[in-house]
Ligand binder design. Structure first.
Ligand SMILES: [Zn+2]
Length: 384
């Protein structure tokens, strides 16, 4: 059965209604977006872009909508002093000022951050938004969560999923390789997130759903199979990656929590992101950090946690060791990441911050992972 058919079968089984409909991943999806808008009672549409995504897709979309007789308005999000567009209070207020009562619908034209800003504003003004990803860079396009930085602290608000999603493969394939590699990195992180999820059910009865597990694993496997095609920007590789990211997002929505897609590797990545924010450093791509964290966590589990578990041979510990042994070796993960265009300079985290995050990052979320188990059960140390 094809992956997408499995997704549909599982959604039916779990009585899960997709809020985002249609979801179009194809060549020419931009035309499908214009046709979709033409069929809705929409007159004024606000395209939210940044300077890069305006060139990549916004300009063409603006033109096509005008040809259809619609009245698009383009709002360009501005970068901060470091050159980053950030989902923070300033960017949100800038967009709110631009939105007037005549706007019927917003379109997020871009990658993760633009989606977070539009998702938040769209929910506040109670107008729908359409997702138009310009890079296969992250697994949150079709989710409800909007991580927003307020007064320097990042909080995820549960808001709205897009009403429809149109991802044009020819646009995605032209995205910077760092963004494509970041999307692949976000998916590679599922090796350890799925291991942590299984471990969490053994250690602390974290909730579990076998179908959602299988769905996320199938999305990960499909990415791994296409690693080289992804790195070469071949359309079948880009399509596999985009679909995998959307399936991962759908899996989280079906489950109602982020367990399938986020484990200790994401906790490390969040810790690094917060440190970079505090130190006013230029941000790294989410998936680039997750890739680096996946390598570090896999190595930590295979070398440190495994040895510590083997000091006693209880049933629980034997099962946890088996879970760790099923993880691929860091060298294998590293090879896949390189094939897909990722290299360590895309996440140049220094050794001191890595060590600090291995000690402290598990405090960031109330979630059982093998990293937390190691610190709180196997190797308890007073808090540093
Ligand atoms: Zn992620």
């Amino acid at each position: 059965m094809k992956l997408i058919e499995r997704v549909e079968a599982i959604m039916q089984e779990q009585a899960f209604e997709q809020e985002t409909h249609p979801v179009v991943v194809s060549n020419g999806a931009l035309d499908a977006l214009v046709d979709y808008v033409g069929d809705q009672p929409i007159m004024t549409i606000l395209l939210v872009v940044d300077e890069h995504t305006f060139t990549a897709a916004g300009k063409e979309l603006d033109l096509k909508l005008k040809q259809k007789g619609l009245k698009p308005i383009v709002h360009c999000l501005l970068p901060n002093d470091l050159g980053d567009v950030i989902a923070d209070e300033q960017t949100i207020v800038d967009l709110l000022i631009q939105v007037n009562t005549h706007v019927d619908c917003l379109v997020a034209v871009g990658s993760g951050t633009i989606h977070d800003v539009v998702r938040f504003v769209s929910a506040k003004i109670e107008k729908p938004f359409i997702s138009c990803p310009t890079a296969p860079s992250v697994d949150g396009f079709n989710s409800k969560g909007a991580p927003i930085i307020v007064k320097g602290v990042k909080t995820t608000y549960q808001t709205l999923a897009p009403v429809a999603l149109f991802a044009d493969l020819s646009i995605l394939a032209q995205a910077p390789i760092e963004l494509i590699a970041a999307g692949f990195g976000d998916m590679i992180g599922k090796y350890t997130s799925l291991t942590d999820w299984q471990a969490g059910t053994l250690i602390a009865d974290e909730p579990f759903n076998q179908e959602v597990y299988q769905l996320t694993k199938a999305a990960l496997d499909s990415c791994v199979e296409h690693a080289e095609a992804i790195g070469n920007r071949e359309l079948n590789g880009i399509e596999a990656l985009m679909n995998a990211l959307l399936i991962s997002g759908t899996a989280m929505s079906i489950f109602g929590a982020s367990h399938p897609a986020s484990g200790a590797e994401h906790h490390l990545s969040h810790y690094w992101e917060m440190t970079y924010l505090e130190e006013n450093k230029k941000q790294l791509f989410h998936g680039a950090k997750v890739a680096r964290a996946s390598l570090i966590i896999t190595q930590f589990y295979k070398e440190i946690v495994r040895a510590s578990l083997l000091e006693e041979s209880t049933q629980e510990r034997i099962e946890l060791v088996e879970l760790i042994d099923q993880l691929p070796d860091p060298a294998e993960i590293s090879k896949l990441l390189r094939l897909a265009g990722w290299h360590q300079e895309q996440a140049p985290i220094d050794e001191e911050l890595i060590q600090l995050s291995l000690l402290k990052a598990y405090h960031l979320r109330d979630r059982w992972t093998l990293l937390r188990y190691y610190h709180e059960t196997l190797h308890w140390l007073p808090d540093l």
